[in-house]
Design a protein around this ligand. Structure first.
Ligand code: NAI
Length: 389
C-alpha cells in the first residue's frame, strides 16, 4: 500500500499531514509514502529528511497520486481538488461532512472512499487518532500566548522596586481540550485563572490545574462522548449573568465553548465586551463556528470598545512543527488501525470505522450524513449527477 502526502493548499496553512519520522514507522507495517516535493517545507521538514526516512519525493502532485492507494492530508480538499483524486482511491483528512454536503457528494461521485478524521469518536481506544484533540491542544496553548503578548500588562504577579504588579485575571469559557490547555498555560505564566463550563464533571480537572471553577446553579449539560448538550433558557440566563460578572473583572477571556454539530454558543455579548476593562483581550477559538463572542470577526484582530478581539482560525498552523508532528502521529495510529499487512481492513461494524467512514464505492455510507444529503422521503439524486458541483 502507498499513501500520498500533498502540500496543503489552504491559504496560510503551514502544517503537513505526515512528518518524516512517521514514514519509517509506516513502512515497517508495509505502508509506503510518497510526498510532494516541498510538502513539509513550511513545517521545517525538508525533502532530504523525508528521503532519508524512506519516502519517495515526487516533483508533481500527479506523480505522487498516480500509484497511491490513499491521500493523507489535513484540510478538506476543494471541489476542484476532488477531481484530481484517483477513482477508487481513499482520502483521509478533515472533512466536516455534516456541514460540507457538496464535498461529500463530489467524493461519492468520484468513487473516492473518504475517512473524515474529525468524525473519529472520542473514545479511549480512538484517543491516539483524535486529531481534534491534538490540534485543540495546540490552539489552547497558542491562544494564551497571543493573549499574553497582546495584553498591555504582565501575566504574573511581580514584586519589584518599582512597586507590586497584580497578576492578570484570565477567564476561560469552555474547559474541554483547548480550554484545559489554556488554563495550564495561563497558570504557568502566573495568571489568576477562572474557568466556566456547562459540564460540571470538569470542575475537578479545572481545579487540579490550579484554576477556580465558576459554579453556576443550573442543570448539568454533560452529554454523550464527553461533549455538552443544549440547555434550557433558564440555565442559559443564569450562565449569562455569571459570565457577565466574571468577564467584567477579567483582563483576558479565552473562548473555547463548543457543542458538536451546532454553531458555537454566543457567551460573550457586545454589552459584556463593552463592560470589560479597556486594554483587555478576548481570544475566540470558536471564530470559525461564528464565535463565542458576538463581536468576533473570523481570521481578524479587531479593537472594539477598547477591547482587542482575536479571531484567528489557524492556531495549530501557527505552531506548525508540533501540530504536524501530533497530527502525523494520529494518522500513523489510524492508518495502522484500518490496514493489515499493507491492505485495507475497513470493518463497517468497527466503532471507529463506522463513525468516520463517509463515502465508499460511489455511495454515502455514513447514516447521519446520508440523511442530511438525502432526507427520508425525498426523491433520490444519483451521486453522479453532482459530479461537476
Ligand atoms: P471540546 O469539545 O473538547 O470542548 C468544548 C467545551 O465547551 C466542552 O467542555 C463543553 O462542555 C463546553 N461548552 C459547550 N457549551 C458551553 C457553554 N454554553 N458554556 C460553557 N462551556 C460550554 O472542544 P475543543 O477540542 O477544546 O475545541 C474548542 C474550540 O476550539 C472548538 O470550537 C474548536 O473548533 C476550536 N478550535 C479552534 C482552532 C483555531 O485555530 N481557532 C483550532 C482548533 C480548535
Amino acid at each position: 500500500m502507498r499513501i500520498a502526502v500533498p502540500k496543503e493548499t489552504a491559504p496560510g496553512e503551514r502544517r503537513v499531514a505526515i512528518v518524516p519520522e512517521t514514514v519509517k514507522r509506516l513502512a515497517a507495517k508495509k505502508v509506503e509514502t510518497s510526498v510532494l516535493a516541498g510538502a513539509g517545507a513550511l513545517s521545517f521538514a525538508s525533502d532530504e529528511e523525508y528521503k532519508s526516512h524512506g519516502a519517495r519525493v515526487d516533483a508533481t502532485l500527479d506523480a505522487a497520486l498516480a500509484d497511491a492507494d490513499a491521500v493523507v492530508q489535513i484540510r478538506p480538499p476543494t471541489l476542484d481538488e476532488v477531481k484530481r483524486l484517483k477513482e477508487g482511491s481513499t482520502l483521509v483528512s478533515l472533512l466536516y461532512p455534516l456541514v460540507s454536503l457538496d464535498l461529500v457528494k463530489a467524493l461519492a461521485a468520484r468513487k473516492v472512499t473518504s475517512i473524515a478524521v474529525d468524525m473519529i469518536p472520542r473514545t479511549t481506544l480512538a484517543q491516539m487518532m483524535d486529531v481534534l484533540s491534538s490540534q485543540a491542544t495546540a490552539a489552547g496553548y497558542e491562544a494564551v500566548l497571543i493573549a499574553a503578548q497582546t495584553l498591555p500588562r504582565f501575566f504574573p504577579m511581580l514584586m519589584t522596586a518599582a512597586g507590586t504588579i497584580a497578576p492578570a485575571r484570565v477567564l476561560i469559557l469552555g474547559a474541554g481540550v483547548a480550554g484545559l490547555q489554556a488554563i495550564g498555560t495561563a497558570r504557568r505564566l502566573g495568571a489568576v485563572v477562572e474557568a466556566f463550563d456547562v459540564r460540571k464533571v470538569v470542575k475537578e480537572q479545572v481545579e487540579s490545574l490550579g484554576a477556580k471553577f465558576v459554579d453556576v446553579d443550573a442543570e448539568d449539560a454533560a452529554g454523550a462522548g464527553g461533549y455538552a448538550k443544549e440547555q434550557g433558557e433558564e440555565a442559559k440566563r443564569k450562565q449569562a449573568a455569571a459570565i457577565a460578572e466574571h468577564a467584567a473583572k477579567a483582563d483576558v477571556v479565552i473562548c473555547t465553548a463548543l457543542i458538536p454539530g451546532r454553531r458555537a454558543p454566543t457567551l460573550l455579548t457586545a454589552d459584556m465586551v463593552k463592560a470589560m476593562k479597556p486594554g483587555s483581550v478576548v481570544v475566540d477559538l470558536a471564530a470559525e463556528q461564528q464565535g463565542n463572542c458576538e463581536l468576533t470577526k473570523p481570521g481578524e484582530v479587531t479593537v472594539q470598545h477598547g477591547v482587542t478581539i482575536v479571531g484567528y482560525t489557524d492556531m495549530p498552523s501557527r505552531l506548525c512543527a508540533h501540530s504536524s508532528q501530533m497530527y502525523s502521529r494520529n494518522m500513523e495510529k489510524l492508518l495502522l488501525y484500518v490496514t493489515k499487512d499493507g491492505a485495507w481492513k475497513l470493518d463497517p461494524k468497527d466503532e471507529i470505522v463506522a463513525g468516520s467512514l463517509i463515502t465508499q464505492g460511489g455511495e454515502i455510507v455514513h447514516p447521519k450524513v446520508k440523511e442530511l444529503v438525502q432526507p427520508k422521503g425525498a426523491a433520490a439524486t444519483p451521486a453522479a449527477g453532482v459530479a461537476g458541483a
